[in-house]
Structure formats: C-alpha cells, structure tokens
Design a protein around this ligand. Sequence first.
Ligand SMILES: NC(=O)c1ccc[n+]([C@@H]2O[C@H](COP(=O)([O-])OP(=O)(O)OC[C@H]3O[C@@H](n4cnc5c(N)ncnc54)[C@H](OP(=O)(O)O)[C@@H]3O)[C@@H](O)[C@H]2O)c1
Length: 285
Amino acid sequence: MRTLPLPTGGEMPVLGLGTWRMGEDAKRRADEVKAVREAIALGYRLIDTAEMYGEGGAETVLGQAIGEALRANDVRREELFIVSKVYPHNASRRGTRDACERSLKRLGLDAIDLYLLHWRGSHPLRETVAAMHSLVADGRIAHWGVSNFDTDDMEELVEATGDGPGCAANQVYLSLGERGPEFSLLPWQRERGMPLMAYSPIDQGALAEDDGLAELAARLGVTAAQLALAAVIARPGVVVIPKAVRSAHLKENLAAADLRLDAATLAELDRLHPPPRRKTPLAMI
Ligand SMILES: NC(=O)c1ccc[n+]([C@@H]2O[C@H](COP(=O)([O-])OP(=O)(O)OC[C@H]3O[C@@H](n4cnc5c(N)ncnc54)[C@H](OP(=O)(O)O)[C@@H]3O)[C@@H](O)[C@H]2O)c1
C-alpha cells in the first residue's frame, strides 16, 4: 500500500482501520476481536483507536487482537502502526503520561506509534506537548500529533511550542460530504509535509447509501464506499481510517486504497460534492 512520509521520520499507510464504537458492549467483543484480526490478516497495518472509545474498551479489543495476531505470526509488531489518543481532560503534563501508560497496558504494547491529543481542552498546549516529548524520549510513543485542530489551532500550536514542534499529524473530519478542511487546513499541513488523517471518511456509513455516488461508482465497477475513500486519498497528503466490523466492508475498503481515479471522475465528484469556496469552521463528529 502507498504510504506517506511523516515530518518526524518514518511513514504511515494511506488507509487504516478505525475502531470507534468497538469495545462498548461485551456481547459484541468476540466479533470485534475477530474483525480486527481479519483486518490484520487482510493487510491493514494502520489502526486508529483512543482511550475514549468504549472508555478503554476499544483499546482492549485491539490489544487482544494484536496479541493473537502476533502469536499467530500474522504480522510483526514493527509492521503495525498503532494510533491512540489522550482525552483533553487528561492532557496535563502528568495526566498525559499516566493516560498513555494505561493505554499501553490495554493495548499490550511497549510503545504507541502515534499518540494524539483528541481535541483541544483546557490544559495549556505547551504542557501537553512537553508530556508528548518526554514520552518520545522514553520510547513510550514514536510520534505525537493532534486531532480536531483547525488552521488557527495549528498556528497556535507552533507558537506555543516554538520552531519545529515535531507534530507528526492532525486527524480531522474530512469526507466527500465534509470537504471544509480542503480550503486552508490541508494546504497548511501539506506545506509542512504533515499528513492529514481523515476520520469518518464514509460519513459513518451514509456515503455508502449516496445515490449519485452509487451511480458513478457502478459505472466504474466499484462501490459507493470505495469511491468515497478513493476520492479522499486522491488528495495529496491525506490518510483515511474507515471503521468496519463486517468482513465484506473490511475487504471493500482495503481494496479502495489501490483505486486510481482519472480527471473526469474527480471532476464528476466535484460536481456531486463541491469543494469549499471559503473557509468554514472545522466540523467535528
Ligand atoms: N479524532 C476524532 O475525533 C474522531 C472522530 C470520529 C472518528 N474517528 C476515527 O475515525 C474512524 C472512522 O470514522 P467513523 O467510525 O466515525 O465512520 P466511518 O468510517 O465513516 O463509517 C463507519 C460506518 O460505516 C460502515 N461501513 C464501513 N465500510 C463500509 C462499506 N464499505 N460499505 C458500507 N458501509 C460501510 C461501518 O459498518 P460496520 O462497522 O458494520 O462494518 C460503520 O457503521 C473511527 O472509527 C475512529 O477511529 C476519530
């Protein structure tokens, strides 16, 4: 799969697996562990989670699946790129470190590959960033970044942390249905070689039911969800992390990483879902 270089070294695949809504219900746990294991067996290497998802439940599901996959030799640890996030209310200097240790324990890992501040809260950015730097220095995380930061938040982050803040990525809501970040945030990140991780890229399943998209997709011999994903990663500097539990969805979404859209298709997509003409506030789910 195509990868994007990180400004802090290393790289990230352009498509990964989301895990929101996993780990919320014990009755669904076996199916969720099975889905993550299947995803790894199929070739997913980037997996996104957060301490918020199921209040640690999603990390526990992921930890079990990764443990099983490693023991079965389905994958080697260094091939995986695991992303988790700290709650804003935990993001003090001390709290960030403690939250990271709890996440590592649930994930059964020695280190998280990318650790994000989930959204802006009341703790000063420089405190959170100081904690992130200390976690990198201790080898508990490989890279750090942010989520739900708009262009002005990114500017503030740079200001609060001085030159070369070392932020590796920003994860925001970007899909064909929500193209706002394409106006100024994506260009800002591109200039700095900082990948934008697009969450809810299928609009939580809604784009799979979009009639206009379905019609265009049918002409191309793909599904609407695949077209929605391929359209987002056709933008340079963007990674998508669709969540799926159903096997058919996992396979469909992974295959979307290899779709190349021609100029006529991209123009048709712009007609169906126009790009932003002005700056709008960052949308959040
Ligand atoms: N940083 C943040 O604040 C933030 C916010 C939201 C999300 N996220 C991350 O981004 C990930 C993705 O976003 P999301 O979960 O909100 O929404 P999403 O990935 O856009 O959509 C997930 C939903 O779409 C369904 N689906 C998946 N593939 C499909 C396909 N090929 N055809 C039809 N339906 C399909 C899934 O069903 P099944 O599960 O039944 O297969 C699920 O109901 C999250 O899981 C999370 O990791 C981050």
